[in-house]
Design a protein around this ligand. Structure first.
Ligand SMILES: Cc1ncc(COP(=O)(O)O)c(C=O)c1O
Length: 447
């Protein structure tokens, strides 16, 4: 792979010779199709050889310090000896109480504490859920993904040998979503439907109308909604940070009782390293009873099979000290003493500046609207450049010291685009980004 733009080899921000040499050494046939981890390794190598720092937009790592309330509580719990003891599989009691309150305060949903379960990141909550709910009814053995989405969920399905279907929501916003979802649900094989909201990678957020459609159809067809809230409250257009006061985190839970929520601590609380998330199951889903579960579990209800079958088998609960950390964080948020969204607003502010730089230099936002409103500024955004595919753009960006991932890896059908992540860029790097995008635009004239 070499530069598409011609006769400018000596004028790119990163020497093209170094980029070509590292691509060859890493034996990467097509940089655009490489996975996030391969791109990371390539960029590490180029940075080392060239001495130039990349604008790193490939990985969704929180770029902020961890919530200190959590760190303090965790240290204290460790000093008190919690490391020696197995934590309860279903979660320590004070954490379950705070999760229940958090869901009521910030999402306005009522759930019983028994359905509030801490997991090893929301990733493990997803894995345990796919495993359990696709065994309730042999006819309903398929999960539907509303894409674009987080590629690891599909990897989990593959590892489990489970079936899934998916569609790109781009052309099915608003009322059009009803017919599209109904075309899947009415076939009778769909057990569950997963979407993230705000969405990774596109940062689209479903409107109230769309959430209502999803909720109503879930009830009508007995489909379980898997609402992935990895970016809880981070649609900064609505300030949901006041406990117990509207507005709340938008959610299909307002329109159906058939739901499981995955709430991650990684981004909202910058707590990714401790691998703790929350699985929140509605009372109705907890009580679903099926004799088919007995083939795999000693319990015939979904809640018991999930906790004492799937989660027990996978991880036997999650780290004791991290449960104390999350308890303290949620307690402070529930009491109105800690505004967790104040800390992460920085992502939205950087996104606003970065998007303008891209737009000023010939780029276009790919997923740009939530029905009739422009999308919010947040953790991710998607861009394209006229005349280049997403894969070509990723490859070409290497010479300009910019790294990202192609939308083609996310189930998106907008193959011309890439996902940019705002979290790791420091404010001090923004002038560099602007300079590099200007150079890129100069070298790739738009006809
Ligand atoms: C949409 C989505 N779901 C789930 C996760 C995983 O969250 P956790 O770190 O809690 O496992 C992420 C992390 O990037 C994500 O973007």
């Amino acid at each position: 792979m070499s530069l598409i733009a011609k006769n400018i080899e000596t004028d790119t921000p990163i020497k093209s010779k170094i980029v070509d040499q590292k691509i060859a050494l890493n034996k990467i046939p097509n940089v655009g199709k490489a996975s996030i981890r391969v791109i990371k390794k390539l960029v590490d190598d180029i940075e080392k050889e060239s001495g130039e720092k990349f604008i790193r937009m490939e990985m969704g790592i929180p770029g902020l310090p961890p919530t200190q309330i959590g760190v303090k509580a965790e240290i204290e719990a460790l000093e008190n000896g919690c490391a020696a003891l197995y934590p309860d599989i279903h979660g320590i009691p004070p954490l379950k109480t705070e999760i229940k309150k958090f869901v009521k305060n910030f999402l306005n949903a009522d759930v019983d504490e028994r359905g509030c379960i801490p997991t090893v990141g929301s990733m493990l909550g997803g894995f345990a859920t796919f495993m359990t709910i696709n065994r309730i009814d042999p006819k309903k053995d398929t999960t539907l993904f509303i894409d674009p989405g987080f590629p690891v969920h599909k990897q989990q399905m593959r590892v489990l040998g489970l079936k899934w279907e998916s569609f790109d929501v781009y052309d099915y916003r608003g009322d059009k979503l009803r017919e599209k979802l109904e075309s899947y649900f009415s076939k009778g094989n769909i057990s569950s439907v997963l979407y993230s909201n705000p969405n990774n990678p596109s940062w689209i957020c479903f409107t109230e109308k769309e959430l209502q459609i999803i909720g109503e159809l879930a009830t009508k067809y007995g489909v379980i909604i898997l609402e992935d809230l990895a970016y809880f409250g981070m649609d900064f257009r609505n300030d949901i940070s006041k406990p117990g006061q509207a507005p709340f985190q938008p959610s299909a839970t307002k329109y159906t009782d058939n739901y499981i929520l995955f709430i991650s601590s990684s981004k909202a609380f910058s707590y990714a390293g401790q691998r703790i998330g929350m699985l929140v199951m509605s009372d109705k889903v907890f009580e679903i009873q099926s004799e088919h579960l007995l083939k795999y579990y000693v319990y015939d209800t979904v809640g018991m099979a999930m906790i004492y079958g799937s989660i027990y088998s996978l991880s036997s609960g999650t780290a004791h000290s991290a449960q104390y950390a999350l308890t303290a964080i949620l307690k402070a948020a529930n009491n109105g003493e800690f505004n967790f969204l104040d800390e992460v607003k920085e992502y939205g502010e950087k996104a606003k500046i970065m998007k303008k730089m891209f737009l000023d230099n010939g780029f276009e936002i790919v997923y740009d609207m939530d029905e009739d409103h422009p999308i919010a500024d947040g953790f991710y955004f998607t861009v394209s450049y006229p005349g280049l595919s997403g894969n070509e753009l990723i490859s070409e960006f290497m010479y300009y010291g910019i790294s990202a991932i192609s939308l083609s890896t996310t189930g998106s059908e907008r193959f011309e685009g890439i996902r940019a992540c705002t979290s790791l860029i420091q404010r001090s790097q923004l002038p560099d980004l602007e300079y590099r995008l200007k150079k890129f635009n100069e070298h790739h004239p738009i006809s």
